[in-house]
Design a protein around this ligand. Structure first.
Ligand code: THU
Length: 130
């Protein structure tokens, strides 16, 4: 894992806006340009309308003009693995491959690394629209 990812994800986690769940999440992407793009989860009073840290990080990457994820790290609180939700797996897949590393971290550091293909097998992607 790129050593910058953990710090960037941690810093993003500290900015999470989570009045409802109190569950702070940070995500950091190493883009294909070598730059780190981070994001946090942002909730609001209409519970289903909040969005995930991974979604924020992807938006930052696309705004930066980059459309390929080299690696992504996600960090959450507690003892469980904060793996990306189903919707975020699909959003990550749009800009990644089955081989792209997805690093799941806790506040202490890296806990487990997956390949995206393990988290989203047989993904539906742009080529399936052809
Ligand atoms: N959440 C994320 O930001 N990323 C994940 O990988 C899992 C869940 C957020 C959504 C919501 O704001 C809170 O965590 C509780 O589900």
């Amino acid at each position: 894992m790129d050593p910058r990812l953990l710090d960037a994800a941690r810093q993003a986690m500290a900015k999470a806006y989570v009045p409802n769940s109190k569950f702070t999440v940070g995500a950091a992407i190493l883009g294909d340009d070598g730059v780190i793009y981070a994001g946090c989860n942002v909730e609001n009073a209409s519970y289903p309308e909040g969005w995930c840290a991974e979604t924020s990080a992807i938006a930052a990457m696309v705004l930066g003009g980059v459309r390929k994820i080299r690696e992504i790290a996600v960090i959450g609180p507690g003892d469980q693995l904060t793996t990306p939700c189903g919707g975020c797996r699909q959003r990550i897949a749009e800009f990644a491959t089955a081989e792209t590393p997805v690093h799941i971290c806790g506040v202490e550091g890296l806990r487990r690394s997956f390949k995206l293909g393990e988290l989203l097998p047989a993904a539906f992607a742009q080529e399936n629209l052809a």
